[in-house]
Design a protein around this ligand. Sequence first.
Ligand SMILES: CC(C)(COP(=O)(O)OP(=O)(O)OC[C@H]1O[C@@H](n2cnc3c(N)ncnc32)[C@H](O)[C@@H]1OP(=O)(O)O)[C@@H](O)C(=O)NCCC(=O)NCCS
Length: 206
Amino acid sequence: MNDARFILAGAGAFGRELINWAEDCGTPFTAFLDSSAEALAGFGYALDYLGTPDDFQPRAGDLLVMGVGEPEAKRRLALQLMARGAQFARLVHPSAVVARSARLGEGVVVCPQALVSADAVLGDFSVVNALSSVGHDVDLGAFSTLSCHVDLTGWVRVGEACFFGSGARVLPKVRIGAAARIGAGAIVMRSVPDGATMYAAPAKKL
Ligand SMILES: CC(C)(COP(=O)(O)OP(=O)(O)OC[C@H]1O[C@@H](n2cnc3c(N)ncnc32)[C@H](O)[C@@H]1OP(=O)(O)O)[C@@H](O)C(=O)NCCC(=O)NCCS
């Protein structure tokens, strides 16, 4: 008997999107973890509740997908669960285009109609949300999240745990420091220091 579980870790708004995308992949989630047992109440999804991440004890064969988008929360949760032996899967929507030469780390999520171009590297637990584009030779740091419609052009380098708001664009070869936040609609022309928040076009520091 195969009782392997496919588990969503974090069932907020982004997690609910992933429930839909996992079905499109032909691998529906069987269960979820969340700090709230009520996270999916009223939405009509039929996943078993396994408890909070603090309660979780992985079983052999379990595979998890990270359902949290906010980079620091995602990092904390991933490290907590991996310390208990949790194994994370990648989720790549069938409508995404991922170059054969791109490299995807553990726990990566690529959403509908995203593009990951030649020789790009997606660090562990990075997210490329719907309709976003990761250009050739981009290095996207672990735990970083692109919202929808983000455009990272060629050779952009992004540090760990960065957040990009909807529609942000980054010009070629620009470096984004670790834990930076790039606002919705920003156009980033020059490199950004660690921890900076940038907004507007051309992007300036908040
Ligand atoms: C840039 C950002 C991260 C800053 O967040 P914050 O630190 O909470 O900043 P605030 O919302 O307090 O805004 C501070 C100021 O910057 C302005 N501002 C914030 N984001 C802006 C943006 N993207 N473009 C232009 N101006 C912006 C605000 O109007 C405010 O101006 P004011 O002081 O004159 O009133 C955030 O506003 C943002 O753009 N987030 C992206 C959201 C998104 O796309 N989410 C997608 C997932 S659902």
